[in-house]
Write a protein that binds this ligand. Structure first.
Ligand code: SF4
Length: 355
């Protein structure tokens, strides 16, 4: 559908496909678009998603390797010491537990195993401990590894690279302007610096945000443009799941159509980047979850850090119902491991694994 000036979502998609960057006014138009245009916007965004990723869906499996007791005060987070939440609290997990999580990731058809630890940043001892385990996981299961450990020094980033970590997640979370409204114990600049040392270490960058913390549309566009400038490989878009006892507990659930518009914004501004519909998917998108995959090409499977996701089988069914396919990943090592352990031969997908 075109307006009086001839502007249409299809022409915007054509321009993105031709390599033209979305402007600020176009980005704001996406977020301000009326509900009556949501299908046109989504269909145009899907053309861009399909051009770069076809109908493939990458699944990510999260493991909370260290939970709670964090001295930082991120307003959305149930693991902060300022939050009065009833969550499990434990120090860094043993090798056995993290290997068990890797087996579960393979079982859940995940391509990437995300090892997450609460805290401002890891100690060198924690980085060494995780590095040894990452080597074993890669050897036994062939999973891609993404670590989310908070602020990192250049040396720590190098150690993770040496261990074979493929990617580090460190979210911008929100815009530079709004950052101090959600966190006062570290700065947006601190976050940018970690992304810089990770990039310099030669590790892929995963960085995204949390939508629905009271930010403006301009803040969302700032994040989209900042991530475009950083040329990140992966963008997780979380939707605030307001948890009782956190400073943001009174926030309203988002409107599912606003969630879809946010995903369209991030797809059209970062067309070739892996876009993940992340935390808060179930509670905010509700019955419209499946539509998020017309813009995003990946999602988490199973549980989040401190909240439950829907059962993996429902996610598999959702992908199948869309006529999309899960990218099983480079599970050749996992296939050999299963054979060694008498757990049956590879599935056809594994045999023809798509990297
Ligand atoms: S640094 Fe991480 S674990 Fe700590 S409060 Fe912030 S988001 Fe939560």
């Amino acid at each position: 559908m075109a307006d009086a000036s001839g502007f249409s979502w299809n022409s915007l998609a054509n321009s993105v496909l031709a390599g033209t960057a979305v402007s600020r006014s176009e980005a704001l138009a996406i977020l301000n678009s009326p509900d009556s245009q949501i299908l046109d916007l989504l269909a145009a965004t899907y053309r861009v998603r399909q051009a770069h990723f076809g109908t493939k869906v990458h699944l990510y499996f999260l493991k909370n390797a260290k939970s709670g007791l964090c001295p930082e005060d991120c307003g959305y987070c149930s693991q902060s010491l300022v939050a009065e939440t009833d969550i499990p609290r434990y120090s860094i997990m043993s090798e056995a537990k993290l290997l068990e999580g890797a087996a579960k990731a393979v079982e859940s058809q995940a391509r990437t195993y995300c090892i997450v630890a609460s805290g401002r940043g890891p100690s060198n001892r924690e980085v060494d401990h995780l590095s040894k385990i990452v080597k074993k996981i890669k050897d036994q299961y062939g999973l891609h590894i993404c670590c989310c450990l908070g602020l990192l020094s250049a040396e720590q980033a190098q150690t993770l690279k040496g261990a074979g970590v493929d990617r580090v997640n460190h979210n911008l979370n929100t815009s530079a302007r709004f950052y101090e409204q959600i966190c006062t114990t570290h700065t947006y600049e601190d976050r940018l610096n970690t992304l810089k040392v990770v990039r310099e270490a030669g590790i892929e960058l995963c960085s995204g945000l949390v939508v629905g913390m009271g930010e403006t549309f301009d803040d969302l566009v700032d994040v989209a443009f900042q991530l475009r400038e950083l040329v990140v490989e992966s963008i997780p878009v979380n939707f605030l799941h307001a948890i009782d006892g956190t400073p943001l507990e009174a926030s309203e659930h988002l409107n599912p159509r606003d969630c879809l518009r946010a995903l369209c914004l991030f797809r059209l501004t970062n067309p070739t980047v892996e876009l993940r519909v992340s935390g808060g998917r179930e509670v905010n998108l509700r019955s419209m979850q499946a539509m998020s995959l017309y813009a995003a090409n990946s999602m988490f499977v199973s549980d989040y850090l401190t909240t439950k996701g829907q059962p993996a089988e429902e996610d598999f069914k959702m992908v199948e119902d869309l006529g999309f396919q899960i990218v099983v990943g480079d599970h050749e090592t996992a296939r050999l491991w299963r054979e060694r352990n008498g757990q049956g031969a590879a599935t056809p997908e594994e045999a023809g694994a798509i990297g």
